[in-house]
Design a protein around this ligand. Structure first.
Ligand code: ATP
Length: 322
């Protein structure tokens, strides 16, 4: 009988709870012993681990965040920390670990795999920068939250004939900014992957007003060279010349906390089941993801140390549509 522990690590993402629920319930259905690790890798090191059954994951599928908690654990970045984690797992009789998380979390997971501990990863981050899954848990919900913010800002922008800037999350990846910007009909989208001249942004705004537009929305990724702060600074400095003001809204963590939408709940349920099936097949050191509509496994060594590239097709589309 297998003994499997699950943890969530890194930034929380809407749908993580649905993934925990699926891992626990699919594991229980196989007759395995299932455990939850609290506070990510920190809980692995300190032994904050307890058995979990079907009822322990009841009533959570609709909740954002993670009932297991998450943490950014410095000690786990050291070899000693990781060996301590493995010792804790072995002492508790746990033979497999499932890690639900993004790039950093899966890098840590790969380190455990290299130390000989059987692991499986589940692709979960709102940034969608993780290789091995076309889309990750939390992206769709975060995108919809960003989109709602754009739609709301548009209403205010139209009433006041003002330009609004919305900064969205995504670390070094412009995925959320690009997709929400396209879906929200933004006038300009700034992402880290594309070099942008703020003069060009100003020119776009000027043309928008000249053409009689009642509003102008600029979506900017937090990781872009000209993020909200830098752009506001630029517009303030050149206000006399440009002739208009711009207001900024930084969406920040609001983007993470939403209740997961149908897509994320279903994706998380499928990936959770996919992780248990991978373990059942004896397939370890892999990331479970969604590719071309199918649940797939990709060796962690092909996932870590890379960042998923932004779709050039979507970048071009944004340039045509804005
Ligand atoms: P997100 O991008 O959604 O915030 P993430 O999984 O990328 O999620 P990180 O903060 O990068 O979040 O990583 C989470 C944790 O994983 C870290 O606090 C650390 O404990 C562990 N981790 C990150 N990078 C490494 C690494 N290179 N080696 C070992 N462990 C790591």
């Amino acid at each position: 009988m297998k003994q499997v522990a699950v943890l969530t690590s890194g930034g929380d993402a809407p749908g993580m709870n649905a993934a925990i629920r699926a891992v626990i319930r699919c594991g229980v259905a196989k007759g395995w012993g299932m455990y939850g690790v609290r506070k990510g890798y920190a809980g692995l090191i300190s032994g904050n681990i307890s058995p979990m059954g079907t009822r322990d994951v009841g009533g959570i599928i609709h909740k954002g965040g993670t009932i297991l908690g998450s943490a950014r654990c410095q000690e786990f970045l050291t070899d000693a920390g990781r060996r301590k984690a493995i010792r804790t797992l072995r002492q508790m009789g746990i033979d497999t670990l499932v890690v639900i998380g993004g790039n950093g979390s899966q890098t840590g997971n790969y380190e455990l795999h290299q130390l000989g501990f059987p692991v499986v990863g589940i692709a979960s981050t709102i940034d969608n920068d993780l290789c091995g899954s076309e889309i990750t848990i939390g992206v769709d919900t975060a995108l919809n939250i960003a989109l709602e913010a754009i739609d709301r800002l548009k209403v205010t922008a139209s009433s006041h004939q003002r330009a609004f800037l919305l900064e969205v999350m995504g670390r070094k990846c412009g995925y959320i900014a690009l997709m929400s910007g396209i879906a929200g009909g933004a006038e300009y989208i700034l992402i880290p992957e594309v070099e942008t001249d703020p003069e060009e942004v100003a020119e776009t705004l000027r043309l928008a007003y000249e053409h009689g537009k009642a509003h102008a929305i600029i979506v900017v990724a937090e990781g872009a060279k000209y993020n909200a702060d830098a752009l506001i600074h630029f517009f303030e400095k050149h206000e006399d010349r440009l002739g208009f003001k711009i207001r900024a809204t930084i969406l920040g963590h609001v983007q993470r906390g939403g209740a997961p939408g149908a897509f994320d709940r279903l994706l998380a349920s499928r990936l959770g089941n996919g992780a248990i099936e991978a373990i059942d097949r004896g397939e370890f050191g892999v990331l479970v993801g969604l590719n071309k509509g199918k649940i797939t496994t990709t060796p962690l060594e092909e996932v870590v140390g890379k960042t998923k590239e932004i779709s050039q097709e979507m970048v071009k589309l944004a340039q045509i549509l804005d």
